[in-house]
Design a protein around this ligand. Structure first.
Ligand SMILES: NC(=O)c1ccc[n+]([C@@H]2O[C@H](COP(=O)([O-])OP(=O)(O)OC[C@H]3O[C@@H](n4cnc5c(N)ncnc54)[C@H](O)[C@@H]3O)[C@@H](O)[C@H]2O)c1
Ligand SMILES: [Fe+2]
Length: 429
Protein backbone atom coordinates (compact mmCIF):
# COMPACT_ATOMS: atom_id res chain seq x y z
CA UNK A 1 0.00 0.00 0.00
CA UNK A 2 2.74 2.41 1.08
CA UNK A 3 4.74 1.43 -1.98
CA UNK A 4 1.77 2.10 -4.27
CA UNK A 5 1.26 5.48 -2.64
CA UNK A 6 4.93 6.37 -3.15
CA UNK A 7 4.67 5.17 -6.76
CA UNK A 8 1.61 7.39 -7.36
CA UNK A 9 3.34 10.35 -5.75
CA UNK A 10 6.46 9.83 -7.85
CA UNK A 11 4.35 9.68 -11.01
CA UNK A 12 2.48 12.87 -10.03
CA UNK A 13 5.73 14.71 -9.30
CA UNK A 14 7.19 13.50 -12.60
CA UNK A 15 4.05 14.58 -14.48
CA UNK A 16 4.07 18.00 -12.81
CA UNK A 17 7.74 18.59 -13.61
CA UNK A 18 7.40 17.51 -17.26
CA UNK A 19 6.16 20.87 -18.59
CA UNK A 20 9.07 22.61 -16.83
CA UNK A 21 11.56 20.11 -18.21
CA UNK A 22 10.06 20.46 -21.69
CA UNK A 23 10.30 24.25 -21.57
CA UNK A 24 13.93 23.92 -20.50
CA UNK A 25 14.57 21.47 -23.34
CA UNK A 26 13.01 24.01 -25.73
CA UNK A 27 15.42 26.70 -24.57
CA UNK A 28 18.33 24.29 -25.12
CA UNK A 29 17.21 23.10 -28.54
CA UNK A 30 16.66 26.67 -29.80
CA UNK A 31 20.33 27.37 -29.12
CA UNK A 32 21.97 23.98 -29.55
CA UNK A 33 24.62 23.99 -32.27
CA UNK A 34 23.44 21.40 -34.78
CA UNK A 35 25.91 20.52 -37.53
CA UNK A 36 24.57 20.50 -41.07
CA UNK A 37 25.88 18.27 -43.83
CA UNK A 38 27.43 19.62 -46.98
CA UNK A 39 24.68 19.02 -49.54
CA UNK A 40 25.23 18.05 -53.17
CA UNK A 41 22.01 18.56 -55.10
CA UNK A 42 20.88 17.47 -58.56
CA UNK A 43 20.78 14.57 -60.99
CA UNK A 44 24.00 12.58 -60.66
CA UNK A 45 24.90 14.04 -57.26
CA UNK A 46 25.07 10.56 -55.68
CA UNK A 47 27.99 9.70 -57.99
CA UNK A 48 29.59 13.07 -57.22
CA UNK A 49 29.24 12.29 -53.52
CA UNK A 50 31.23 9.08 -54.16
CA UNK A 51 33.97 11.17 -55.80
CA UNK A 52 33.96 13.64 -52.90
CA UNK A 53 34.14 10.89 -50.27
CA UNK A 54 37.20 9.52 -52.05
CA UNK A 55 39.08 12.65 -50.99
CA UNK A 56 38.80 11.66 -47.34
CA UNK A 57 41.15 8.68 -47.60
CA UNK A 58 38.99 6.13 -45.82
CA UNK A 59 40.47 2.71 -45.14
CA UNK A 60 37.15 0.94 -45.62
CA UNK A 61 33.57 2.16 -45.73
CA UNK A 62 30.44 0.28 -44.70
CA UNK A 63 27.80 0.82 -47.39
CA UNK A 64 24.49 0.46 -45.58
CA UNK A 65 21.48 -0.18 -47.82
CA UNK A 66 18.56 -2.55 -48.38
CA UNK A 67 17.59 -5.33 -50.79
CA UNK A 68 15.30 -3.14 -52.96
CA UNK A 69 18.01 -0.53 -53.52
CA UNK A 70 20.46 -3.30 -54.48
CA UNK A 71 17.92 -4.91 -56.83
CA UNK A 72 17.36 -1.57 -58.56
CA UNK A 73 21.12 -0.94 -58.78
CA UNK A 74 20.62 2.59 -57.44
CA UNK A 75 23.95 2.79 -55.63
CA UNK A 76 26.00 1.63 -58.64
CA UNK A 77 27.18 5.09 -59.79
CA UNK A 78 28.38 5.93 -56.27
CA UNK A 79 30.07 2.53 -55.90
CA UNK A 80 31.75 2.99 -59.31
CA UNK A 81 33.12 6.33 -58.11
CA UNK A 82 34.51 4.71 -54.94
CA UNK A 83 36.05 1.86 -56.99
CA UNK A 84 37.61 4.28 -59.45
CA UNK A 85 39.25 6.06 -56.52
CA UNK A 86 40.29 2.71 -54.95
CA UNK A 87 38.28 3.29 -51.77
CA UNK A 88 37.56 -0.05 -50.09
CA UNK A 89 34.00 -0.76 -49.08
CA UNK A 90 31.86 -3.59 -47.79
CA UNK A 91 28.11 -3.80 -48.42
CA UNK A 92 25.55 -4.33 -45.64
CA UNK A 93 22.20 -4.66 -47.43
CA UNK A 94 20.10 -6.30 -44.72
CA UNK A 95 18.25 -3.17 -43.57
CA UNK A 96 14.51 -3.64 -42.94
CA UNK A 97 11.76 -1.02 -42.57
CA UNK A 98 11.77 0.82 -39.23
CA UNK A 99 15.41 -0.06 -38.48
CA UNK A 100 14.96 -3.13 -36.24
CA UNK A 101 17.57 -3.37 -33.47
CA UNK A 102 18.79 -6.94 -34.31
CA UNK A 103 19.63 -5.79 -37.86
CA UNK A 104 21.56 -2.84 -36.44
CA UNK A 105 23.55 -5.23 -34.22
CA UNK A 106 24.44 -7.32 -37.32
CA UNK A 107 25.65 -4.13 -39.00
CA UNK A 108 27.78 -3.22 -35.98
CA UNK A 109 29.36 -6.70 -36.08
CA UNK A 110 30.23 -6.29 -39.77
CA UNK A 111 31.54 -2.74 -39.21
CA UNK A 112 33.90 -4.07 -36.52
CA UNK A 113 34.89 -7.29 -38.32
CA UNK A 114 35.82 -5.32 -41.46
CA UNK A 115 37.59 -2.61 -39.49
CA UNK A 116 35.53 0.13 -41.15
CA UNK A 117 36.20 3.82 -40.53
CA UNK A 118 33.15 5.45 -42.09
CA UNK A 119 29.60 4.73 -43.29
CA UNK A 120 27.71 5.51 -46.48
CA UNK A 121 23.94 5.23 -45.99
CA UNK A 122 22.09 4.73 -49.27
CA UNK A 123 18.32 4.39 -48.86
CA UNK A 124 15.22 5.67 -47.13
CA UNK A 125 14.90 6.75 -43.52
CA UNK A 126 15.20 3.18 -42.28
CA UNK A 127 18.60 2.81 -43.96
CA UNK A 128 19.92 6.19 -42.83
CA UNK A 129 18.74 5.63 -39.25
CA UNK A 130 20.25 2.12 -39.19
CA UNK A 131 23.55 3.61 -40.41
CA UNK A 132 23.53 6.36 -37.77
CA UNK A 133 23.03 3.89 -34.94
CA UNK A 134 25.56 1.39 -36.34
CA UNK A 135 28.10 4.22 -36.25
CA UNK A 136 27.20 5.33 -32.74
CA UNK A 137 27.02 1.80 -31.31
CA UNK A 138 30.35 0.83 -32.89
CA UNK A 139 32.07 3.95 -31.54
CA UNK A 140 30.78 3.37 -28.02
CA UNK A 141 30.83 -0.43 -27.91
CA UNK A 142 27.28 -0.27 -26.56
CA UNK A 143 24.20 -2.26 -27.59
CA UNK A 144 21.95 -0.19 -29.85
CA UNK A 145 19.04 -0.42 -27.41
CA UNK A 146 21.08 1.44 -24.76
CA UNK A 147 21.55 4.39 -27.10
CA UNK A 148 17.83 5.24 -27.13
CA UNK A 149 17.34 8.70 -25.64
CA UNK A 150 19.38 11.89 -25.76
CA UNK A 151 23.20 11.82 -26.07
CA UNK A 152 23.55 8.31 -24.68
CA UNK A 153 26.98 7.65 -26.21
CA UNK A 154 30.23 9.07 -24.88
CA UNK A 155 31.79 9.21 -28.34
CA UNK A 156 30.39 10.33 -31.66
CA UNK A 157 30.41 7.99 -34.66
CA UNK A 158 32.97 8.13 -37.44
CA UNK A 159 31.97 10.04 -40.59
CA UNK A 160 28.53 9.23 -42.01
CA UNK A 161 27.58 10.10 -45.60
CA UNK A 162 24.00 9.80 -46.84
CA UNK A 163 22.02 9.46 -50.03
CA UNK A 164 18.29 9.57 -49.21
CA UNK A 165 16.21 7.59 -51.71
CA UNK A 166 12.86 8.76 -50.33
CA UNK A 167 11.64 12.33 -49.79
CA UNK A 168 10.89 11.72 -46.80
CA UNK A 169 12.19 11.65 -43.40
CA UNK A 170 14.83 14.38 -43.70
CA UNK A 171 17.10 12.00 -41.76
CA UNK A 172 20.06 13.27 -43.83
CA UNK A 173 19.97 16.48 -41.74
CA UNK A 174 18.42 15.41 -38.44
CA UNK A 175 19.89 14.61 -35.05
CA UNK A 176 17.53 11.64 -34.75
CA UNK A 177 17.42 7.98 -35.63
CA UNK A 178 14.23 6.02 -35.06
CA UNK A 179 14.87 2.35 -34.30
CA UNK A 180 12.46 -0.43 -33.46
CA UNK A 181 12.34 -3.34 -31.10
CA UNK A 182 10.48 -6.10 -32.96
CA UNK A 183 10.02 -8.09 -29.72
CA UNK A 184 8.39 -5.31 -27.79
CA UNK A 185 6.75 -3.88 -30.94
CA UNK A 186 8.02 -0.45 -29.90
CA UNK A 187 9.94 2.40 -31.54
CA UNK A 188 12.68 4.40 -29.85
CA UNK A 189 14.46 7.57 -30.84
CA UNK A 190 18.21 7.95 -30.60
CA UNK A 191 19.04 11.66 -30.54
CA UNK A 192 22.56 13.05 -30.76
CA UNK A 193 23.91 16.01 -32.73
CA UNK A 194 26.96 13.94 -33.72
CA UNK A 195 24.93 11.49 -35.84
CA UNK A 196 24.07 14.14 -38.45
CA UNK A 197 25.77 13.02 -41.68
CA UNK A 198 28.82 15.02 -42.83
CA UNK A 199 27.81 15.07 -46.51
CA UNK A 200 24.63 14.12 -48.32
CA UNK A 201 23.46 13.96 -51.92
CA UNK A 202 19.91 14.89 -52.93
CA UNK A 203 19.76 13.06 -56.24
CA UNK A 204 16.38 12.90 -58.05
CA UNK A 205 17.67 10.04 -60.23
CA UNK A 206 17.68 7.64 -57.28
CA UNK A 207 14.06 8.55 -56.50
CA UNK A 208 12.65 8.05 -60.00
CA UNK A 209 11.73 4.39 -59.37
CA UNK A 210 10.06 5.03 -56.02
CA UNK A 211 6.53 3.55 -56.38
CA UNK A 212 3.57 5.97 -56.12
CA UNK A 213 2.31 4.62 -52.76
CA UNK A 214 5.72 5.10 -51.11
CA UNK A 215 6.12 8.50 -52.82
CA UNK A 216 2.78 9.55 -51.33
CA UNK A 217 3.42 8.22 -47.82
CA UNK A 218 6.98 9.55 -47.52
CA UNK A 219 6.00 12.93 -48.99
CA UNK A 220 3.22 13.24 -46.40
CA UNK A 221 5.77 12.41 -43.68
CA UNK A 222 7.82 15.43 -44.81
CA UNK A 223 4.68 17.60 -44.86
CA UNK A 224 3.82 16.43 -41.33
CA UNK A 225 7.34 17.35 -40.12
CA UNK A 226 6.99 20.86 -41.51
CA UNK A 227 3.47 21.43 -40.14
CA UNK A 228 4.20 20.00 -36.68
CA UNK A 229 7.43 22.01 -36.41
CA UNK A 230 5.49 25.14 -37.41
CA UNK A 231 2.65 24.82 -34.90
CA UNK A 232 4.78 23.55 -31.99
CA UNK A 233 6.11 25.62 -29.11
CA UNK A 234 9.79 25.44 -30.05
CA UNK A 235 9.53 27.09 -33.48
CA UNK A 236 12.11 29.78 -34.28
CA UNK A 237 12.21 32.29 -37.13
CA UNK A 238 14.63 29.94 -38.92
CA UNK A 239 12.48 26.82 -38.50
CA UNK A 240 9.46 28.88 -39.60
CA UNK A 241 11.18 29.85 -42.84
CA UNK A 242 12.26 26.34 -43.78
CA UNK A 243 8.93 24.83 -42.66
CA UNK A 244 6.94 27.31 -44.80
CA UNK A 245 9.18 26.61 -47.80
CA UNK A 246 8.70 22.88 -47.30
CA UNK A 247 4.91 23.14 -47.01
CA UNK A 248 4.53 25.29 -50.13
CA UNK A 249 6.89 23.09 -52.18
CA UNK A 250 5.30 19.79 -51.12
CA UNK A 251 1.84 21.26 -51.78
CA UNK A 252 2.77 21.77 -55.42
CA UNK A 253 5.30 19.04 -56.12
CA UNK A 254 4.00 15.96 -54.29
CA UNK A 255 1.00 15.42 -56.62
CA UNK A 256 3.37 15.86 -59.59
CA UNK A 257 5.94 13.36 -58.27
CA UNK A 258 3.13 10.94 -57.40
CA UNK A 259 1.57 11.15 -60.90
CA UNK A 260 4.87 10.83 -62.75
CA UNK A 261 7.78 9.41 -60.79
CA UNK A 262 10.18 10.16 -63.61
CA UNK A 263 9.49 13.91 -63.34
CA UNK A 264 12.99 14.76 -62.11
CA UNK A 265 12.17 18.39 -61.46
CA UNK A 266 9.36 17.42 -59.08
CA UNK A 267 11.56 14.73 -57.49
CA UNK A 268 14.40 17.18 -56.87
CA UNK A 269 12.05 19.79 -55.38
CA UNK A 270 10.51 17.12 -53.13
CA UNK A 271 14.01 16.07 -52.01
CA UNK A 272 14.82 19.68 -51.12
CA UNK A 273 11.50 20.16 -49.35
CA UNK A 274 11.96 17.04 -47.25
CA UNK A 275 15.43 18.28 -46.26
CA UNK A 276 13.96 21.68 -45.28
CA UNK A 277 11.27 19.94 -43.25
CA UNK A 278 14.05 17.91 -41.58
CA UNK A 279 15.92 21.12 -40.74
CA UNK A 280 12.73 22.53 -39.23
CA UNK A 281 11.81 19.60 -37.02
CA UNK A 282 15.30 18.64 -35.92
CA UNK A 283 15.22 21.89 -33.92
CA UNK A 284 11.49 22.53 -33.38
CA UNK A 285 10.51 18.85 -32.99
CA UNK A 286 7.32 17.08 -34.06
CA UNK A 287 4.01 16.59 -32.24
CA UNK A 288 0.91 14.53 -31.61
CA UNK A 289 0.69 13.12 -35.15
CA UNK A 290 4.10 11.51 -34.71
CA UNK A 291 3.33 10.38 -31.15
CA UNK A 292 0.30 8.45 -32.45
CA UNK A 293 1.94 7.29 -35.70
CA UNK A 294 4.90 5.77 -33.84
CA UNK A 295 2.48 3.55 -31.91
CA UNK A 296 0.85 2.32 -35.15
CA UNK A 297 4.30 1.73 -36.65
CA UNK A 298 5.52 -0.16 -33.58
CA UNK A 299 2.41 -2.29 -33.04
CA UNK A 300 1.26 -3.01 -36.60
CA UNK A 301 4.19 -1.95 -38.81
CA UNK A 302 2.08 0.61 -40.64
CA UNK A 303 4.60 2.55 -42.80
CA UNK A 304 5.60 5.68 -40.91
CA UNK A 305 4.58 8.24 -43.53
CA UNK A 306 1.26 6.52 -44.19
CA UNK A 307 0.37 6.51 -40.48
CA UNK A 308 1.20 10.23 -40.29
CA UNK A 309 -0.78 11.01 -43.43
CA UNK A 310 -3.92 9.24 -42.19
CA UNK A 311 -3.75 10.84 -38.74
CA UNK A 312 -2.73 14.37 -39.78
CA UNK A 313 -6.15 15.93 -40.61
CA UNK A 314 -7.82 14.62 -37.44
CA UNK A 315 -4.98 15.71 -35.15
CA UNK A 316 -4.89 19.17 -36.74
CA UNK A 317 -8.65 19.56 -36.27
CA UNK A 318 -8.14 18.60 -32.62
CA UNK A 319 -5.38 21.25 -32.41
CA UNK A 320 -7.45 24.04 -34.01
CA UNK A 321 -8.43 25.79 -30.76
CA UNK A 322 -4.73 26.56 -30.07
CA UNK A 323 -3.12 26.28 -33.50
CA UNK A 324 -5.57 28.19 -35.71
CA UNK A 325 -3.45 31.36 -36.07
CA UNK A 326 -0.36 29.38 -37.12
CA UNK A 327 -2.31 27.09 -39.45
CA UNK A 328 -3.92 30.18 -40.95
CA UNK A 329 -0.44 31.49 -41.77
CA UNK A 330 0.34 28.26 -43.59
CA UNK A 331 -3.01 28.51 -45.39
CA UNK A 332 -2.15 32.00 -46.67
CA UNK A 333 1.31 30.76 -47.64
CA UNK A 334 -0.16 28.11 -49.96
CA UNK A 335 -2.62 30.61 -51.42
CA UNK A 336 -5.85 29.68 -49.62
CA UNK A 337 -8.47 32.25 -48.66
CA UNK A 338 -10.83 32.58 -45.72
CA UNK A 339 -12.76 35.17 -43.70
CA UNK A 340 -10.61 34.90 -40.56
CA UNK A 341 -7.89 32.79 -38.97
CA UNK A 342 -10.29 30.12 -37.81
CA UNK A 343 -11.87 29.75 -41.27
CA UNK A 344 -8.47 29.81 -42.97
CA UNK A 345 -7.04 27.18 -40.61
CA UNK A 346 -10.05 24.91 -41.13
CA UNK A 347 -9.71 25.41 -44.89
CA UNK A 348 -6.02 24.43 -44.67
CA UNK A 349 -6.85 21.18 -42.87
CA UNK A 350 -9.59 20.34 -45.38
CA UNK A 351 -7.28 21.11 -48.31
CA UNK A 352 -4.59 18.96 -46.76
CA UNK A 353 -7.03 16.05 -46.44
CA UNK A 354 -8.00 16.56 -50.11
CA UNK A 355 -4.33 16.59 -51.11
CA UNK A 356 -3.79 13.28 -49.28
CA UNK A 357 -6.89 11.74 -50.84
CA UNK A 358 -5.77 12.88 -54.28
CA UNK A 359 -2.55 10.86 -53.94
CA UNK A 360 -4.27 7.66 -52.80
CA UNK A 361 -3.99 8.01 -49.03
CA UNK A 362 -6.92 6.41 -47.24
CA UNK A 363 -8.75 7.45 -44.10
CA UNK A 364 -8.36 4.33 -41.97
CA UNK A 365 -5.66 1.99 -40.69
CA UNK A 366 -6.70 -1.56 -41.54
CA UNK A 367 -4.65 -3.23 -38.81
CA UNK A 368 -5.96 -1.05 -35.98
CA UNK A 369 -8.08 -2.94 -33.43
CA UNK A 370 -10.46 -1.46 -30.85
CA UNK A 371 -8.97 -3.68 -28.13
CA UNK A 372 -5.54 -2.08 -28.61
CA UNK A 373 -6.69 1.54 -28.59
CA UNK A 374 -6.44 2.19 -24.84
CA UNK A 375 -2.82 1.04 -24.59
CA UNK A 376 -1.81 2.77 -27.85
CA UNK A 377 -3.40 6.00 -26.61
CA UNK A 378 -1.55 5.84 -23.29
CA UNK A 379 1.78 5.21 -25.04
CA UNK A 380 1.16 8.09 -27.47
CA UNK A 381 0.40 10.49 -24.60
CA UNK A 382 3.49 9.34 -22.77
CA UNK A 383 5.66 9.96 -25.87
CA UNK A 384 4.09 13.37 -26.54
CA UNK A 385 4.20 14.48 -22.89
CA UNK A 386 7.86 13.60 -22.56
CA UNK A 387 9.11 14.96 -25.83
CA UNK A 388 6.94 17.20 -27.95
CA UNK A 389 6.04 20.90 -27.57
CA UNK A 390 2.52 20.34 -28.87
CA UNK A 391 0.04 23.21 -29.26
CA UNK A 392 -2.69 21.19 -27.55
CA UNK A 393 -1.94 18.40 -25.12
CA UNK A 394 -3.84 15.13 -25.62
CA UNK A 395 -5.39 13.28 -22.70
CA UNK A 396 -5.53 9.49 -23.11
CA UNK A 397 -9.24 9.93 -23.91
CA UNK A 398 -8.38 12.48 -26.66
CA UNK A 399 -5.75 10.15 -28.11
CA UNK A 400 -8.18 7.23 -28.05
CA UNK A 401 -10.82 9.33 -29.83
CA UNK A 402 -8.29 10.35 -32.51
CA UNK A 403 -7.36 6.69 -33.04
CA UNK A 404 -11.04 5.70 -33.25
CA UNK A 405 -11.43 8.21 -36.11
CA UNK A 406 -9.07 6.04 -38.19
CA UNK A 407 -10.49 2.69 -37.10
CA UNK A 408 -11.74 0.71 -40.11
CA UNK A 409 -15.43 0.04 -40.22
CA UNK A 410 -18.54 0.36 -42.35
CA UNK A 411 -18.60 3.66 -44.23
CA UNK A 412 -15.10 4.49 -43.06
CA UNK A 413 -13.34 4.20 -46.41
CA UNK A 414 -12.24 0.62 -45.78
CA UNK A 415 -11.98 -1.39 -48.95
CA UNK A 416 -9.53 -0.78 -51.73
CA UNK A 417 -5.98 -1.50 -50.70
CA UNK A 418 -2.84 0.46 -51.41
CA UNK A 419 -0.65 -1.70 -53.62
CA UNK A 420 2.89 -2.54 -52.53
CA UNK A 421 4.41 -2.08 -49.09
CA UNK A 422 1.43 -0.23 -47.64
CA UNK A 423 -0.99 -3.05 -48.26
CA UNK A 424 1.38 -5.72 -47.06
CA UNK A 425 2.03 -3.80 -43.89
CA UNK A 426 -1.51 -3.20 -42.86
CA UNK A 427 -3.02 0.00 -44.19
CA UNK A 428 -6.17 0.73 -46.12
CA UNK A 429 -7.17 3.53 -48.34
N1 LIG B 1 15.72 10.06 -38.45
C1 LIG B 1 14.71 10.86 -38.60
O1 LIG B 1 14.85 12.05 -38.39
C2 LIG B 1 13.39 10.30 -39.02
C3 LIG B 1 12.34 11.15 -39.32
C4 LIG B 1 11.12 10.60 -39.72
C5 LIG B 1 10.99 9.21 -39.84
N2 LIG B 1 12.03 8.41 -39.51
C6 LIG B 1 11.97 6.94 -39.60
O2 LIG B 1 12.33 6.54 -40.92
C7 LIG B 1 11.68 5.30 -41.23
C8 LIG B 1 10.90 5.44 -42.52
O3 LIG B 1 11.73 5.82 -43.58
P1 LIG B 1 11.13 6.03 -45.03
O4 LIG B 1 9.77 6.60 -44.91
O5 LIG B 1 12.12 6.76 -45.84
O6 LIG B 1 10.90 4.56 -45.58
P2 LIG B 1 11.88 3.28 -45.59
O7 LIG B 1 13.28 3.68 -45.52
O8 LIG B 1 11.39 2.33 -44.54
O9 LIG B 1 11.58 2.69 -47.04
C9 LIG B 1 10.26 2.25 -47.37
C10 LIG B 1 10.33 1.26 -48.51
O10 LIG B 1 10.70 1.94 -49.70
C11 LIG B 1 11.76 1.27 -50.36
N3 LIG B 1 12.54 2.26 -51.09
C12 LIG B 1 13.26 3.27 -50.55
N4 LIG B 1 13.77 4.04 -51.51
C13 LIG B 1 13.39 3.51 -52.69
C14 LIG B 1 13.59 3.88 -54.06
N5 LIG B 1 14.27 4.97 -54.39
N6 LIG B 1 13.05 3.13 -55.02
C15 LIG B 1 12.29 2.05 -54.69
N7 LIG B 1 12.06 1.64 -53.41
C16 LIG B 1 12.60 2.37 -52.43
C17 LIG B 1 12.51 0.57 -49.26
O11 LIG B 1 13.22 -0.54 -49.72
C18 LIG B 1 11.36 0.17 -48.31
O12 LIG B 1 10.80 -1.05 -48.71
C19 LIG B 1 10.76 5.01 -40.07
O13 LIG B 1 11.37 4.09 -39.18
C20 LIG B 1 10.59 6.35 -39.40
O14 LIG B 1 10.23 6.25 -38.04
C21 LIG B 1 13.23 8.93 -39.13
FE1 LIG C 1 8.29 11.47 -39.53
Amino acid sequence: MARELIGDMARSIAAASLPVLKRAAGVVTRRLPIPQPLLLVGAGSAARLGEAIAGFAHRRLLLVTDASIVRLGLAEPLVDALRAARVGHVVFDAVLPDAPIPVIEDGVALFRAENCDGIVAFGGGSVIDTAKVIGLAAANRKPARELAGYFRGLRGPGPIYAVPTTAGTGSEVTVAAVISDPDGAKKYTVADTRIVPEMAALDPLVMAALPPDITAATGMDALTHAVEAYIGGWATSYTDRVARAAVATIWQQLPRAWRDGSDLEAREKMALASTWAGLAFTRANVGNVHALAHQLGGRYHVPHGLANAILLPGVLRFSLPQAAPRLAQLARHVGLEGADDRALAARFVDALAELAEGIGIGRTVAALREKDIASLALAACDEADRNYPVPRQMTPADAAALLREVLPGPGRGAGARIPGAGAKRGAER
